[in-house]
Ligand binder design. Structure first.
Ligand code: GLY
Length: 378
């Protein structure tokens, strides 16, 4: 993909942010109908509100347009009431929602919010089990209870590691690393594939593996794999002395690369027997591409670095050329929608939709490729 096409895609996404910001009121865009572009909003940001703020932080950093900065500030103000929410997914909310603002715009309110949230997440640590459980307000806790684990929840690790650096509180980093390594035991299979969810005993030992959103307990849900790639890579970025984190990132990323369809866009679950007629998940693909761009900068091996970048570029190019609105000349939908994300196939929710985190990760990839940001800045 040439630079002009990348710029154009980035611009489409910036336009899309404007359209959304004008219609969102005091709610957070969560997912949108692929045909109409009509958003389903979440009133309090659910686990995804940070991605909406993150898009505005990226847009503000790239354009220096104060409007995006004001929108980011407006919506992080609304996230403040979530600082003590009982969910490990505050990692998603406050890393992308607030840490980015501190790093990219030196926004003091964002920094303060991220540190308060990190301290609160830290206080949910279960010392005996060596991890932070889902928590009762986590989306996935609704049908299994709060004392469970899933790979998505490793999103707490980057938030805690960043906050430890900012504050000098080493305990935050210690908990972050334990939390990440416990999830290796619970969710990562020997071959490098990832199982989303796990039950653990009071000492943190694995009791059983299962899945909330995947096809089956033995299958590999695309976002489980992609989240592992992202969370362990960002964790290593903040804790480069922890070589185990890099080892895990490489293991799960190699699995992704060797199972990715030829066109570079993942199906929602690698083991759905309906493939090639199964739903895609462009959001998993965007997460993984963003992780591979980071990993290519961190791996310290030329061959791997080039390969990870090439796979990321192939996916990004395909997302832009086939799944980003407008997809044709007469396409009247909101610009910058990343189509064909698959939110929750099991529950039949948003199977061919725009998902706010898919948008975010594609914007992040384009921002890095255009040189507005460095892959390892955040
Ligand atoms: N729980 C995060 C996800 O659905 O990917």
């Amino acid at each position: 993909m040439d630079k002009e096409r990348m710029k154009e895609a980035f611009q489409q996404m910036l336009e899309g942010i404007k359209w959304t910001a004008m219609s969102a009121g005091k709610q957070f865009p969560h997912y949108a109908d692929g045909k109409t572009g009509k958003w389903v909003f979440s009133p309090n940001g659910d686990w995804t509100g940070g991605y909406w703020c993150g898009m505005n932080w990226l847009a503000a950093a790239a354009t220096k347009d104060v409007l995006y900065h004001q929108w980011a500030q407006k919506w992080i103000g609304l996230l403040d009431e979530r600082v003590h929410s009982r969910t490990v997914f505050r990692g998603f909310l406050f890393y992308y929602g607030a840490v980015l603002g501190s790093i990219l715009l030196k926004d003091e309110k964002a920094r303060d919010l991220a540190i308060r949230a990190a301290r609160s997440v830290y206080s949910a640590y279960d010392e005996k089990a060596g991890l932070i459980p889902l928590g009762e307000e986590a989306e996935e806790a609704s049908n299994v209870g709060n004392a469970e684990a899933n790979i998505d929840g490793v999103c707490a690790t980057p938030l805690l590691l960043w906050a430890s650096r900012e504050t000098g509180e080493r305990s935050l980093a210690e908990v972050a690393i334990h939390h990440a390594l416990q999830h290796l035991k619970l969710c990562v299979r020997k071959d490098g594939s990832v199982c989303q969810s796990a039950t653990f005993d009071p000492s943190g030992n694995l009791v059983r593996r299962y899945t909330h959103k995947g096809y089956s307990e033995e299958s590999t849900w695309a976002r489980a794999q992609a989240w592992a790639m992202m969370h362990y890579t960002v964790a290593y970025q903040w804790a480069p002395q922890e070589k185990k984190l890099l080892e895990i990132s490489l293991h799960v990323s190699e699995w992704w690369i060797s199972h990715l369809p030829e066109d570079g866009v993942a199906f929602w679950d690698f083991d759905d027997p309906e493939i090639p007629h199964a739903n895609r998940d462009t959001s998993a693909t965007a997460i993984a591409a963003a992780a591979l761009l980071k990993l290519s900068h961190l791996v310290g091996d030329e061959e791997k670095s080039e390969r990870y970048k090439a796979v990321a570029l192939q996916s990004i190019e395909r997302l832009v050329s086939h799944y980003l609105t407008p997809t044709s000349k007469g396409d009247g939908r909101r610009p910058g929608m990343l189509l064909e994300g698959c939110f929750n196939k099991k529950l039949g929710v948003a199977l061919e939709s725009e998902l706010i985190w898919g948008d975010y990760y594609l914007l992040e990839c384009l921002s890095h490729l255009l040189g507005h940001t460095e892959p390892t800045m955040f």
